[in-house]
Design a protein around this ligand. Structure first.
Ligand code: HC0
Length: 583
């Protein structure tokens, strides 16, 4: 161990410990901005020392040192909050602000910006150095993510998230000094890089430099249009994440309040993506059984996370035949709303406007994919352009609720509308890593064996481990499954599939974001390890509370098969609920 003195207190820490972390041990908080301890659920070394707000004084050293990347040395004497250091920190913040566009009141990060918070914390009251403001073009080429490089403080957290966590590596630091910028690789528009739109960069960006593209205006317009019948679906994970923006504990089940809020916003019908998650399990479960019985390509990969689909297309196109042909629950909901629901209610499908509330920036890109227009083909009507018209992230819905002046925390619980509003516990757990797999196993077991499942909880596929594994005996067949969350973890499995090492596995769940959708790139900020863990607890608690916990027992799913689809993998299912990916 190394012993040093921090603000007069002696502390012993293992060799290699930084001054920042040694200070924490004696209760001294040194401010940081560019520093990042975790990306996703993974511990990282992101200590670029760029912002210099963590500077401290070390006796015997002429210059201040950055505490985030300087290890303590034996008998070091460190001062962290002398007047000189406080003044230096403030000056460093002022320098950052001197070329920053100070448009805080209209910045979407207003109120949750780390730079803004730190200025308040350090009592910065003036900006003395006057630098030239950058006038770099805003990159809005992606349907999911918008980049405003003028707000970038070069912390490079986004680069670490993209490179280390997701292994996509679509961003780079370019140039030096005043001209340095973080930009998409090669200076291309984001849409032309290998970006998969997962939005993990947005979760770690301390300012408003990277965020979701805001589509709230389009939704307000649709809600105000008397000709439009506006229906909304809510993703599984949003049931436990929206409340935290309104002061409720992280992981609180706010399902009933969310429905009430959506009704007050003026949606004509409020439905649940949990309903179409149950539908997905029927189709995907039967597809798996079909592949096993008929020598199809195995292991089958889940297909519901659009960041993951794009990742496979970009980096593993040879493995695309492994991906289930099922559309995601979001994209199953859209065409069903514009066919089955339209027919049942006698509404012209052209007038139905489908909005999704998703935790995910990539869902915006998914809904915009050209093949996601099955309702148009079904009706042979070119006036229907998309199955899902607009995708809003959790953060955008939160902003709409605030704009409408709704007192969310005190709303009563209200129920979803019938027909596509019932969701089981199996659907609820889709929002956490391992959940799609567990939901599939609950149904596949009963379909294959004809017996009732003795224990519903498949603990082996739950939890934070990046790669999880389970095997389940079904009438003598041992079904072997794997689960990965984050694209870095997925890459490990995909390399093995490519090398032929996972031939005896049947099913692999991959979610692009750490923790699954509860850690999606569109979720409330902050989304750190702690929020991810508490949201996951909320997901499994809601599953336990629900009376029906298996997808095939959902009465509204049984009804759509009886009245409309007829059978899983049938003609209409193929027309509306399945797709295929080509390299
Ligand atoms: Fe998910 Fe989904 S579980 S991807 O995370 O499958 O985004 O929450 O909505 O579509 O249902 C996201 C969450 C969804 C879809 C579902 C799946």
């Amino acid at each position: 161990n190394i012993t040093c003195t921090i603000d007069g207190q002696r502390v012993s820490v293992p060799e290699g410990t930084t001054i920042l972390n040694a200070a924490k041990q004696v209760g001294v908080k040194i401010p940081t901005l560019c520093y990042l301890e975790h990306v996703g659920l993974r511990h990282v070394k992101h200590e670029v020392g760029e912002c210099r707000v963590c500077v401290v004084e070390v006796e015997g050293k002429k210059d201040f040192v950055t505490s985030c990347n300087t290890p303590v040395e034996e008998n070091m004497i460190i001062h962290t909050h002398t007047p000189k250091i406080i003044a230096a920190r403030k000056l460093n913040l002022e320098m950052m602000l001197s070329d920053h566009h100070l448009d805080c009141p209209t910045c979407p990060k207003n109120g949750i910006c780390e730079l803004q918070k730190l200025c308040a914390e350090l009592n910065v009251r003036q900006i003395r150095p006057q630098g030239e403001k950058k006038e770099l073009p805003i990159d809005d080429s992606s349907p999911s993510i918008i980049r405003d490089p003028n707000k970038c403080i070069l912390c490079q957290r986004c680069i670490t998230a993209c490179r280390v966590l997701q292994t996509v590596d679509a961003l780079e630091l370019y140039g030096n000094g005043y001209d340095a910028v973080v930009r998409p690789k090669g200076g291309l528009p984001l849409i032309e890089t290998q970006c998969v739109a997962c939005g993990q960069c947005a979760l770690v960006c301390p300012t408003g430099a990277i965020l979701e593209k805001d589509d709230t205006g389009t939704v307000w317009k649709a809600l105000a249009d008397p000709k439009k019948h506006v229906v909304v679906q809510t993703a599984p994970s949003t049931h436990v994440t929206i409340g935290e923006a309104f002061g409720l504990p992280v992981g609180t089940d706010i399902t009933g309040k969310m429905v009430a809020a959506l009704k007050r916003l003026g949606f004509n019908a409020v439905f649940d993506t949990n309903w179409s998650a149950d539908l997905t399990i029927m189709e995907e479960g039967y597809e798996l059984i079909h592949r096993i019985k008929n020598g199809g390509v195995l292991p089958q990969f889940t297909s519901c996370s659009p960041g993951w689909i794009k990742f496979c297309e970009e980096f593993y196109p040879d493995l695309l035949p492994h991906i289930s042909s099922c559309k995601s629950p979001q994209q199953m909901f859209g065409p069903i709303a514009k066919t089955y629901y339209a027919e049942k209610k006698g509404i012209n499908p052209e007038d139905i406007f489908v909005v999704s509330i998703m935790p995910c920036t990539a869902k915006k890109y998914e809904a915009a994919r050209p093949e996601m227009n099955a309702a148009a083909t079904y009706w042979n009507n070119p006036n229907i352009t998309r199955d899902v018209d607009v995708v809003l992230t959790s953060r955008e819905l939160i902003r709409m609720i605030r704009e409408a002046g709704i007192d969310f925390a005190n709303l009563p619980d209200e129920p979803y509308d019938p027909l596509m509003g019932e969701g089981t516990g199996a659907a609820q757990i889709f929002g956490a890593t391992g959940g799609v797999m567990e939901a599939a196993l609950r149904t596949a077991y009963e379909v294959i064996t004809g017996k009732t499942l003795p224990k519903l909880d498949f603990e082996d596929v739950r939890g934070m481990k990046e790669i999880k594994e389970a095997s389940v005996n079904m009438n003598g067949l041992t079904v072997k499954v794997l689960v990965a969350h984050s694209l870095g973890a997925a890459r490990q499995l995909l390399d093995k599939v490519r090398a032929g090492e996972l031939k005896d596995y049947h099913f692999i769940e991959i979610m692009a974001c750490p923790g699954g959708c509860i850690g999606g790139g569109g979720q409330p900020i902050p989304t750190t390890v702690e929020e991810r863990e508490n949201r996951i607890k909320g997901i499994y608690e809601r599953d336990k509370k629900l009376k029906i916990r298996k997808s095939h027992e959902n009465p509204e799913i049984q009804a759509i098969y009886k009245e409309f689809l007829k059978e899983p993998l049938g003609h209409k299912s193929h027309q509306l609920l399945h797709t295929h990916y080509t390299p």
